[in-house]
Design a protein around this ligand. Structure first.
Ligand SMILES: CC(C)(COP(=O)(O)OP(=O)(O)OC[C@H]1O[C@@H](n2cnc3c(N)ncnc32)[C@H](O)[C@@H]1OP(=O)(O)O)[C@@H](O)C(=O)NCCC(=O)NCCS
Length: 498
């Protein structure tokens, strides 16, 4: 029971009693006459009074309390108390010894005994991996898994990839609308001049490449960029400053990655060009050769399709960090870390490696059966949200076909075999190709080395991370969920060491 009990007098006004209850954060107050219990005033009684039009400033507790309430003795068993409370739908019962009030027992006390926690604290049953749980509101886009459709703001992402440039989609995500012709040119020129690495980071890159793969290096580089450019916690900055930081970062990420790749293989850094679009410039910096328009467009379409995709793990990570008021660099570092996992962004090179390993269409079935038999996942297949074809995969398959080459036909054949074998070995799981399967094929056809597949994913997705960062900051509430404790029941006495 809770003791000492909170009490009032029958002559008190309802207003005074309600203030007492609010202050003590309790749902009822015991009404006493000297040491004797004469009634109990509950929240339900207060509601009754208000509903009946009572004036709480003048009417008394005695007029509205539940008189002569049931009581319990202090020696009563917990079971009896539980039965009494639940049978009568009481939430509180006075505990009386002889004539004297000694405490109150409440449902909350009994739940404490049972080591139960109220449902609002546990949040009910949350599916593993937060599948399907809505954790925020966003105007940036959505994924409709059953339909195989996803959109950026009000536009189909696939249609954007067909009709617009990466810079236009970037503008759409960060500014809320598609640019008109003049605005599109102005924005494309504005971001083109932001591609040059600042001198501090430029000087440190050779040291960083010695120990890091490009995507790992990106994490360090973004941290260093934040420090060199003086980025401050988002809590201290206005929307224009944050948007300027985000634009600079999105422009710099491809340069960092291309420079890292070249330095890592012992080549010279290829300086960015202002006269090329973002995607063509990326290929230029990566390979040192000007891409064909078809290659530049294929990579651009891939980048557009990977800008955003609901509350994927890296985007969620970026928003959690943004919600703490941290700076943009911190949020994007976290997002890059999440993207590096093979279950998220690390699959396209593995998908291509699988094609390499399979070698020929006639080996595909045995290879896949053996892999699934070993409990492995086939990279580039399956998706948490899509329960039908991934629209990005369908689009990229067409892009891959338009680029042509023997790898595309081979990938096509392997895809069919994987889908058939998985349907047999994993019935009911609905496993089709995801974005990663044909992404590898497209990037390979455009001269991007496998080591740069996931980093290339990051060149598009950084735009989505930044847009989510800006949106989170604009409507912020700290993201701080709860976990269900499943360890040994506390509190256990802490054993003495000696
Ligand atoms: C993307 C992915 C992580 C989504 O996973 P999820 O929604 O959490 O699905 P689960 O991990 O719950 O898997 C459900 C079942 O399908 C199976 N499965 C899912 N993807 C599979 C794959 N690619 N190959 C073989 N089996 C797969 C799982 O083994 C599991 O089978 P089980 O019920 O017999 O244990 C998962 O499909 C995967 O690992 N794919 C390969 C990696 C990949 O391509 N990642 C890029 C994502 S864009």
């Amino acid at each position: 029971m809770s003791a000492p009990p909170v009490t009032c007098n029958g002559a008190w006004t309802l207003t005074r009693a309600a203030a007492l209850m609010r202050g003590a954060e309790i749902g009822s107050v015991i009404v006493v006459d000297g040491p004797k219990v004469v009634g109990i005033l509950t929240e339900r009684d207060l509601l009754r009074a208000v509903g009946a039009g009572a004036d709480p400033g003048t009417e008394t507790v005695a007029m509205w309390m539940t008189a002569h309430p049931d009581v319990l003795g202090p020696e009563e068993a917990v079971d009896t108390a539980w039965a009494s409370l639940t049978h009568h739908h009481y939430r509180h019962l006075p505990v009386v010894e002889g004539d004297r009030l000694v405490g109150v027992v409440s449902l909350r006390d009994l739940m404490g005994v049972a080591r139960l926690r109220p449902p609002q604290e546990t949040g009910g049953d949350v599916p593993p991996g937060l599948e399907g749980v809505v954790v925020a509101e966003t105007a940036l886009g959505d994924v409709r898994g059953e339909e195989g459709f996803f959109h950026y703001r009000q536009y189909s992402a696939v249609e954007l990839a067909q009709r617009r440039s990466l810079e236009d989609v970037w503008y759409l995500m960060c500014n809320g609308e598609l640019p008109g012709p003049a605005e599109a040119d102005r924005f494309a020129s504005e971001v083109a001049v932001l591609r040059v690495l600042p001198p501090g980071l430029r000087g440190l890159l050779p040291e960083l490449v010695a120990t890091s793969e490009p995507l790992d290096l990106l994490r360090s580089a973004v941290s260093l960029l934040g420090a060199e450019l003086g980025w401050r916690p988002n809590l201290d900055l206005g929307p224009d400053e944050l948007r300027a930081e985000a634009t600079r970062l999105c422009a710099l990420v491809p340069t960092v990655l291309a420079a890292a790749w070249n330095l890592r293989r012992g080549a010279e850094v290829v300086e960015p060009r202002e006269d090329l679009g973002a995607s063509a410039n990326y290929l230029w910096m990566l390979t040192g050769t000007e891409p064909t328009p078809a290659q530049a467009r294929a990579v651009e379409q891939y980048q557009i399709l990977t800008v955003d995709h609901g509350f994927n793990a890296s985007t969620f990570t970026a928003r959690v960090i943004a919600s703490t008021g941290a700076d943009l660099a911190a949020a994007v570092c976290g997002a890059v870390g999440a993207l590096s996992g093979p279950l998220h962004g690390g699959a396209p090179s593995r998908a291509l490696a699988m094609l390499d390993d399979i070698g020929a269409p006639e080996h595909a079935e045995a290879w896949i059966r053996a892999a699934v038999g070993r409990g492995e996942r086939i990279m580039g297949f399956g998706h948490r949200v899509y329960k039908t074809d991934d629209p990005r995969s369908i689009f990229l398959r067409d892009v891959a076909r338009s680029l042509g080459g023997p790898l595309v036909d081979f990938a096509d054949q392997v895809e069919q075999t994987v889908v058939e074998v998985l349907a047999e070995l994993k019935p009911g799981r609905i496993l089709y190709t995801n974005v990663e399967f044909y992404a590898g094929v497209v990037m390979h056809s455009c001269g991007i080395p496998p080591e740069m597949f996931t980093p290339t994913f990051a060149t598009g997705r950084v735009i989505g991370w930044c847009a989510h960062f800006l949106e989170q900051v604009a409507h912020n509430r700290l993201i701080r969920p709860a976990a269900r404790y499943i360890g040994p029941a506390p509190p256990e006495p802490v054993p003495r060491l000696r």
